[in-house]
Design a protein around this ligand. Sequence first.
Ligand SMILES: Cc1cc2nc3c(=O)[nH]c(=O)nc-3n(C[C@H](O)[C@H](O)[C@H](O)COP(=O)(O)OP(=O)(O)OC[C@H]3O[C@@H](n4cnc5c(N)ncnc54)[C@H](O)[C@@H]3O)c2cc1C
Length: 473
Amino acid sequence: MGDKKDVVILGAGIGGLAAGYFLSRTGKYKVTILEKEPVIGGLCGSFKHDGFTLDYGAHKIYSVIPGILDEIVNLMGDRLLKLPKRNRLFLNRHLVDYPLRLGNLSQTLGPAMFFRLGMGYAFELFKGALNRNDAGSYEEYIIRRFGRPAYKLVFEPLADKVWGNPSSLHLEMARTRVPSSGGLEVILKLLGIKKETAETSAESFYYPRNGFGDFPNALKEQIERMDGKIITNAKVTEIRKEDEKISSVICSIHGEHRSFPCDLLISSIPIEELGRLVFRDEDSEFNHAVGSLQFRHLILIYIFVNRPLILSDQWIFFPERQFIFSRIFEQKQMNPDLCPPDKTAICCDFTCSEDSWQWQTSNEELTKKCVEGLVEGGFIKAEEVIGHLVKRRKNFYPRYDLQYEDKMQVVINKLKQVENLLLTGRIGMYNYNNADHCMDMGRFISEKLVVGISCHQIIEEMEKHVRDYRIVD
Ligand SMILES: Cc1cc2nc3c(=O)[nH]c(=O)nc-3n(C[C@H](O)[C@H](O)[C@H](O)COP(=O)(O)OP(=O)(O)OC[C@H]3O[C@@H](n4cnc5c(N)ncnc54)[C@H](O)[C@@H]3O)c2cc1C
């Protein structure tokens, strides 16, 4: 017990908790997790409101990373439900399959548009046979796989909503978010001749029956069972260094300052905030690089409706610009027991930048636009709305611009000079990822540490490892 190393973890989202869980399991680390909010879970948490248990948008448990799904199933056992996945895309007032299939699109879009899409695919297939160079941007990657007409119809407006101006998006954003093989295989899938695989589309997924937040809760229980501590309301105010090693973390907890000595620090808090705390603005090149990494803010608008159920899908994507949201999600589709029997809630999610009209607009005005969109799409009637709730979260979606790799190189080179510092999580590692990837990051860190690999090397290896993550719908 006495010879365990003290590890302090910043942030009790799934990233920080996963690191704490895997490190506790080694029996070599005494884990303390510091969370600034009164509750744990971050964006993977759930909360209660007027008899509803709600998640922060549509969250499913799914993974194609070897062993990770088994880890989660072992952790949660019968606290999980297994659900068939039902999600589609709303286009031209119709619901179409997602990932796209040509047969389905032809019924929705009519013969002329269907012909244009088909010609677009054929043209790109022909061009692809002549041109074997790699795509240079998000736009090129998608056009080469699906053709320009499909890019213009679906991918460009959806990407514009989620990340803003897709022509300045790095190719990595497409690889992460639109997992797809190239050329002929895409065409065969579009024609419905070849099936999607587990790597490109989930047929079913797991969901914690008490709300997604039960996943972080289960991690917390295990960490505490292994003598770890999770301290909420703990805002990090200072990180002390001796030479190139972090010696302690100072926190303000209910207005009192407490010091946490550490042998190892793992951060899942925003990478820029960590940079400021560790280097206190001492390196202008680093400050510039970390400060210019781009993020998008997240807005979630919950509309409460006086009807038992609205959708037959769990979530639906909305590429068209007349809808301000990019996706809607009905919590009751995950587990009806999470909501009152006679009412339901639709969560509309969208992202934006700090200076966008969306971020500057009042909650009431945004809610009005969401209700109008839901009415226009034929999902609800205005008079059925009985309430709303808005949640805003700053800087949650990493946005890979065309220079992001160079910036990350500067950031990583600086951070790895600290002998006992590691990064994890979505905003902690600046990695556009899902909860299963955060679990994998925690496992990766712990497996490397127990065989004596230095933090310096782990950061380097992890930076490469996480670039292979793919988000599967
Ligand atoms: C709409 C939406 C849908 C999604 N769908 C899915 C899905 O279907 N499946 C899936 O697996 N994933 C999904 N994700 C992704 C998933 O939510 C993230 O991968 C995950 O939440 C990232 O966890 P994290 O710990 O890195 O970050 P966070 O959840 O942001 O946690 C970071 C924690 O650090 C704390 N913190 C910040 N600053 C400080 C500080 N200074 N001191 C102490 N603590 C601090 C925060 O309060 C927070 O608790 C979705 C995300 C969104 C937004």
